[in-house]
Design a protein. Sequence first.
Length: 731
Amino acid sequence: MKRTRATGWIFSTALFFLAQGARAQTVTIPVETRNNALVFQADANRNVGIVYMGARLQDKNEYALATGMYKQTSDYSGVANAAYATSGTRNLFEPALSVTHVDGNNSLDLQYVRHESKQLDNNTSLLSIYLKDPVYNFEVTLFCKSWFNEDVTEQWSEIKHNEKGKVTLHKYASAGLYLKASSYWLRQYHGDWAREMQPEEAKLTHGIKTVDSKLGTRANLFQPSVFMVSLDKPATEDEGTVLYGALEWSGNFRVDLELDNRDNLRIMAGINNYASPYTLQPGEVFTTPAFLSVLSTKGKGAASRQLHNWARNYKILDGKGTRLTLLNNWEATYFDFNENKLKELLKDTRKLGVDLFLLDDGWFANKYPRNNDNAGLGDWGENKKKLPNGIATLVQEAQQNQVKFGIWVEPEMVNPKSELYEQHPDWVVKQVSRPEHYFRNQLVLDLSNPAVQDFVFGVVDNLFTKNPALAYIKWDCNAVIYNAHAAKLGNQSHFYVQYVQGLYNVLKRLRAKYPTVPMMLCSGGGGRVDYAALQYFTEFWPSDNTDPLERIFMQWEYSYFYPSVSMSAHVTDWGKQPIKFRTDVAMMGKLGFDIVVSHLKEKDLQFCQEALKTYESLKPVIWQGDQYRLQSPADHDVASLLYLNEARSRGVVFNYLVNNRYEAGSVLPIRLKGLDAKKRYTLKEVNVFPGTSSGIDSSKSYSGEFLMTVGFNPDVKQGRNSVVIEIKAVD
Ligand code: GLA
C-alpha cells in the first residue's frame, strides 16, 4: 500500500496504540551544557517528566538515579514532574496546556512518542520531544535549544491537531521546569514610568506566585518578564545555585511559580492566556515563544556573565558590533525647536565629540502639529513650520558637521487629534460603543491588521527611502492597550497574540531591508525590553529617569539580564550631581548625552569631551568584557562594578557613592574579581575633572592576587563621589 499522509498517520497511530498495551521502556534524555544538565525522562507509562536540573554529572547514567534519592511523599498522579503539564486527566497542578476538543471534551494527555537531538553547530543543539494524545488526534512537540558554552537553554512548543474542527487552547505556556530544593527564593521586579526594575526578593511559599502582564503593549511597565530563583538559600554574586528566567515575548506574559505539596517547584512560563483563548484550526501549528533560562551553581555573577555572552553572540542584533555615541535633543528642547535651533545642535554634536545627533519627538504633523503630546501622532510628514526644508536638510547639515543623524518615531500609536485617526478610525484599538480611554493622550494602532502593519513599516521605510543616510532610529511605544478590540479581526480573543505577531512581522520586514542600522527599543523607558524584541534592536532605553543615582540602581538590576552594549545611558540634567558623576554613571552602559551643550561651563564641556575620548578607548571592554558586580548599591555606601576583557589584561572599575551620610565612603578596600592572580596590574584613575588631580598613583603595580584578596581603595567619599579606574596588566 502506498503511504499517503493519511495512511501514514493511521499507521503510526496504530503502532502507537498497539504499543500502549505493553509498558514502554524508560527513556532518559539529558540536555547537557558545559556546567549543567536538564534531564527529561519518559517513564514506563510514556509520561515525560523532568527528573533532574542542576550541575552536570560525569556519568550520564546517574541522572536516572536522582529521583530515587528523594524520599518525599507520594506523587499520586504520576505526572507531578510533567515537562508539559496538561489538564482534564491526572494532573493536579497548574497546566501548561489546557484545551477543549472539537467534541467539547476538556481532557488532554500527552504521551511520549519519540525524540531526536540535532547538533546545530559546534555550540548549539536542538532537542525535540514528540508527544501525542492516545485518544485525540492532538500533538505537541517540545523543543529545547541549548548553547553549550553559555549554559543557556530556550524552550518552546509546537501545538497542532487534526481533529474534525476547531480546538480551543485555553492556556498554552511555552515550557515548564521542575526543581527540587529545600527552599526557593524568587527575585522579581516591578515598576512604573521612571522607576523601572525595582527588585523584590522573597522566599516562595506554597501555592502559586504569578508574575504577569495584561498591558498588551509596553507590557513590562509594571512587571518585566525576567526573574531569578535561588535554590536552598538566596544566591550571592559568587555563591549559590540560581536560575534566571525570561520570556521572549513583547506582549502579555505569564509566569507561574508553584510550590507543591511535596515542596518541589514548578515554573511555567508563556504568553498570558488572559482574555486570549486561542482557536486552533486542524493542521495549523501554534508555536509558543521561547522561554529562556540559565542556571548557575556559582552565584548570580556567573549566571549573568553567561547570559551576556549568549545575548551578544546569539540574540541581540549586532551584539558583537559597535554602537554610536549620541546627542539627543529631547530634554534639551522637548517639542520646542525649529530648523535653526537644530542646526545649532548639530554643531554642538560635533563640538561635544559624539557620533550622532538624535532628533526626538516633535518633528512631524501639520494639521494637528506635534507641539505637545496631545496631537499629531500618526501623521508622519515633517512639520512645515518647524522644518520647512524637511529632514533631508538636517541630514545634509549633519554630514557637513561630520556627524550622523538619527530620528525618533512611535509608529504604532495615534493621537485622536490626528489626520490618521480621522482617516482610519478602524485602524485604532478601541471599543466603538464605549468611551475612549487614553494613556499619554494616545491610542494604539491595531497591528493585527495587515494594512496597519504596512503603514507602520512604511513610516520607517519612507524615512530611509527619502534619507538613505539616516543612521539611527529610536522606536518608542508610550501607551498600553485599553478597550482591546480590533475592528478587522475575526476572533477577538486572538487580538493580544496577533498584535505581537504583527509587530514582529513589521520588524522582520524592516530588518530584511535594513539589516544593520542601529535601533533603540524605547517604551517611555524600559517598558518593553525582552530578548524577542532585542533580535531587531541594537539597544534599549532602560528608563526616562536619568537621575544618575536612580540609574545606578536600575542599571544594576538590568545588568543581571542584559549586557551593557544593549543598555543606553544618557547624561542629562536630571539629578543634582555634577556632570562628572552623571557621565561616570552613563559610561557603564552605551553612552549618550541629552543636555544643552551650549549651556555647559567651559570645564564641564572639556570634561565631557575628554570622557568621550576615554570612552572610545574603553568601550570594547565595557561592551564586550565580562562584568563583575563588586559591591551592590543596595547594601553598600559605594556601588562598584568591573568590566574585564577576555584576556584579563584590561579592565575598568566604576565606583559611585550612593549614600550621603556623614563619612560615607569606601572605608574598606573593594575586592576586585576575575583578574589573573599571577599578573601584575597598574590602576589609573580616568575621567579626572579638569583642574583636579587624582591621588591614585598609576605608576604602582599590584598582583592580581592582592587586588582580589585585599582589594583596592578608590577613595570614594563626599567631594569625590564617583571614581573610574582603568586597570592594565603590566607586560
Ligand atoms: C518617551 C521616551 C522619551 C522621549 C519621549 C518623547 O517618553 O521615553 O525618551 O522620546 O517619549 O515624547
